[in-house]
Design a protein around this ligand. Structure first.
Ligand code: PHE
Length: 451
């Protein structure tokens, strides 16, 4: 039994259920919800995408989320140790380690591109302030695309993330999640209400809520699946490590349902903000369609169309802009925190090192990778996103699910879930879920993949 040594502080978890839920929801709720989901929905038939997305979350992503959280909580160790712990067989253990290492690497790569994007959001949040102060050169630098801007703002995000993670789970991650998540919800509701009251908003609402079933095809299903995996942070050990900090007395399926529910709720709400906002922009004379009649790309919508719209809103415009980009920044930072936690926790426990040191070291390495991407933006940025989110996330989520269901003894799995829910054996969840993650989820992932 490993006793906590002086260099490896005693493993502290979340101090409360709500703390866990807010932190895990903070990981899940990010650019995927507030930017990715609404723009994908707008481009893919609005309500039709919403419907397929909801189905994907419910039948595919939620069962995988419970699986990933369970793997973490079972061992209460870092992802690699947690995955190894599923079996006594040396070959299975090695395979498990490999999948864990790949997961942590994929997560670190996700952080390295996500920090760049999050940096742009901070830039756009600060721009109206500098404009109001008449410091136009700085304002232009902030919103113009340049290597220096990308680098500096990425560093800002990485520093903030490291600062939170170095303080540990309850004093760092939980504390900040409890502050930032309510702020995010309030901002989102206020902004949606404001936008929905503007002329043009109803057109957006129609596109969003009335499904156009003719748009449902294989591509749309692949996009919705990818969106669901990305949004619930699956397959890259971020949720596994949060699961490892969850108290044994908590009911895992119910807690995971809260997290998935909050994540989906915020995505739906963000749709009520972004899609109507696009049509308000159009009403105000901003172009939202490309020449071929399709909507402009999602980054153009966020970084060109919406700022142009804020500019047409008169004196409230800058404040709406600040509110909007603050919302996106908060969503991004609660996600980057969860991305750094897993490699840091792994480094601390596998090498028996103190958290502070490992936070700066691991964060430093990821910052370096991010710097390489900044300097080779054209060739690396898109590539890293595709490798991690299109391939690694669904594939590794599937491997984690398979390891849990095929390798771990069924009685151990049941015992783990019974700790938070003594009646689980007779529940519908227990009758369906193991079988489901074992057979149905892998088949569905493969089918969608090969389409
Ligand atoms: N779920 C986050 C979002 O929607 C992104 C994320 C992916 C976070 C993987 C952690 C791990 O933006």
């Amino acid at each position: 039994i490993a006793s906590p040594s002086s260099s490896n502080e005693e493993r502290q978890g979340f101090s409360s259920r709500i703390g866990f839920i807010l932190a895990a929801a903070g990981s899940a709720i990010g650019l995927g919800n507030i930017w990715g989901f609404p723009t994908q929905a707008a481009q893919n038939g609005g309500g039709a995408f919403l419907l397929i997305y909801l189905i994907m979350v419910f039948i595919l992503a939620y069962p995988m989320l419970v699986a990933e959280l369970t793997i973490g909580r079972l061992s209460q160790k870092n992802p690699i140790a947690a995955l190894r712990n599923l079996s006594d067989n040396p070959t299975a253990k090695n395979f498990a380690s490999l999948s864990g290492i790949l997961g942590v690497c994929a997560l670190s790569l996700i952080l390295s591109f996500y920090a760049i994007v999050a940096g742009w959001l901070v830039s756009f949040m600060l721009e109206p302030i500098f404009s109001l102060l008449g410091m136009n050169a700085i304002a232009d630098w902030l919103t113009g695309f340049s290597t220096s801007r990308n680098l500096v703002m990425m560093l800002v995000i990485m520093l903030l993330t490291i600062r939170v993670v170095q303080d540990g789970v309850s004093a760092g991650i939980e504390r900040w999640s409890k502050r930032l998540m309510p702020a995010l919800l309030i901002l989102l509701v206020l902004l949606s209400v404001y936008i929905l009251c503007q002329p043009g908003a109803m057109e957006g609402l129609e596109l969003y809520l009335i499904p156009n079933f003719s748009q449902i095809n294989a591509d749309l299903m692949v996009s919705a699946m990818g969106q669901a995996f990305f949004s619930l942070s699956l397959g890259v050990t971020g949720m596994m490590v949060y699961g490892s900090y969850l108290a044994k007395k908590e009911n895992l399926p119910a807690t995971a349902a809260m997290v998935a529910g909050l994540d989906t709720f915020v995505a739906i709400l963000a749709g009520l903000l972004i899609i109507p906002a696009m049509f308000v922009a159009q009403k105000n004379g901003v172009t939202i369609y490309a020449e071929d009649g399709s909507l402009l790309s999602s980054d153009t919508l966020v970084f060109t169309v919406l700022p142009a719209m804020f500019n047409t809103m008169g004196s409230v415009g800058p404040f709406i802009a600040i509110g909007f980009f603050t919302l996106l920044t908060i969503a991004a930072i609660t996600s980057t925190i969860s991305m750094l936690e897993s490699p840091v926790n792994m480094a601390c426990e596998q090498f028996n090192q103190p958290r502070k040191k490992m936070s700066w070291l691991t964060g430093g390495v990821i910052t370096l990778i991010s710097t390489i991407i900044v300097f080779n933006f054209g060739s690396l940025f898109g590539l890293v996103i595709t490798i991690t989110t299109v391939y690694a996330q669904p594939a590794l989520a599937m491997v984690f699910g398979l390891l849990l269901m095929w390798v771990l003894r069924r009685d151990r799995l049941l015992k783990e879930l019974q700790q938070g829910n003594p009646e689980i054996e007779s529940s519908l969840f227990w009758k369906i879920w193991p079988w489901y993650v074992k057979f149905i989820c892998p088949v569905m992932i493969l089918v969608v993949f090969f389409n």
